[in-house]
Design a protein around this ligand. Sequence first.
Ligand code: UT7
Length: 337
Amino acid sequence: MSNINAVVTGVGGFVPDYILNNDDLSKMVDTSDEWIMTRIGVKERRILNEEGLGTSYMARKAVKQLLQKTNTNPEEVDLVILSTSTPDYAFPSTASIVCKKNGITNAFAFDMQAACSGFLYAMETAASFIRSGRYKKVIIVGADKMSAIVDYTDRATCPIFGDGAAAFLMEPTTEELGVIDAQLHTDGKGLPFLHIKAGGSVCPSSPFTVENHLHYVYQEGRTVFRYAVSNMSDVCVEIANRNELSKDKIDWVVPHQANLRIISAIANRLELPEDKMLVNIGHYGNTSAASLPLCVWDNEAKLKKGDNMIFTAFGAGFTWGAIYVKWGYDGSPTNKE
Ligand code: UT7
């Protein structure tokens, strides 16, 4: 077996400037800052509101920052995997647009769809490509313009989501670092509880689908909440146990930023203090595939080489999982620039 592993060597991110806060939302639907803060924990979210800009705009900015921060020549990138549920177009892939805009000319690139778990799936896929020995510089991106698929007349979903993008550079290492273990799941049980009804091949777009708001996220929140808590907690416990990661050995958990109550429930189950849970949901809401890397981008300065981190996510499908990562480098206060 090869002794090459895949390590994260840099993070880039981008969020749009426009801030939609809870008071703004209270003017759009029957809700309040108090309800949203107690039930979800989101104060504000970023929205890409310039006409004509889609997910690739945010993704390409995140990748541009990543290339600059890591001093990477775009022509040396071998592979780009972009996770999103809100591609610019049904085709071509958003990844192909991001490559073109950043001068990434020697890579193959594709989109990956696993809803809010997409970045976990991308990380495990990238690690396998790198371990094969054929790919040396792999960029994985999580990017979603959730505002394009959120119904701003539906108070049950509109407070949750926001827009953003972030990216990791992954490279080979022979040190004891990187993606150590992964446990990913898909069960298909989630379709009735979390989906978009129209716009796909089952129910193509029509005046009827538009009039009836069928192009927006439908979520049965309580059911999804229950599955999210139990599945993420179980898989985190499983990956911690089989890697002998007792609670004192876990430096950070990077949880999907879907609901602060879900994050607290995972911390409880792992018997970890809340300050080991990396959190930025208050400012960005749930940015779907961008949630995990944006959380790292925001907290990068705290991270140290060799830190034991568990990434975990849950999303439509259902899809979920956990990845145990030994972090690759020391963060610094200037990392975000
Ligand atoms: O990222 C993919 C995975 N997604 C998730 O992990 C999301 C999981 N689900 C959740 O985070 C939560 O279920 C929600 C935040 C979506 C909803 O919170 P909840 O505590 O589960 O609320 P609920 O749906 O059980 O609704 C409770 C009450 C209802 O009123 P009644 O029927 O009890 O009178 C709702 O109509 O809260 C009402 N409600 C609201 N009230 C004020 C629902 N949305 C709002 C709102 N403002 N925005």
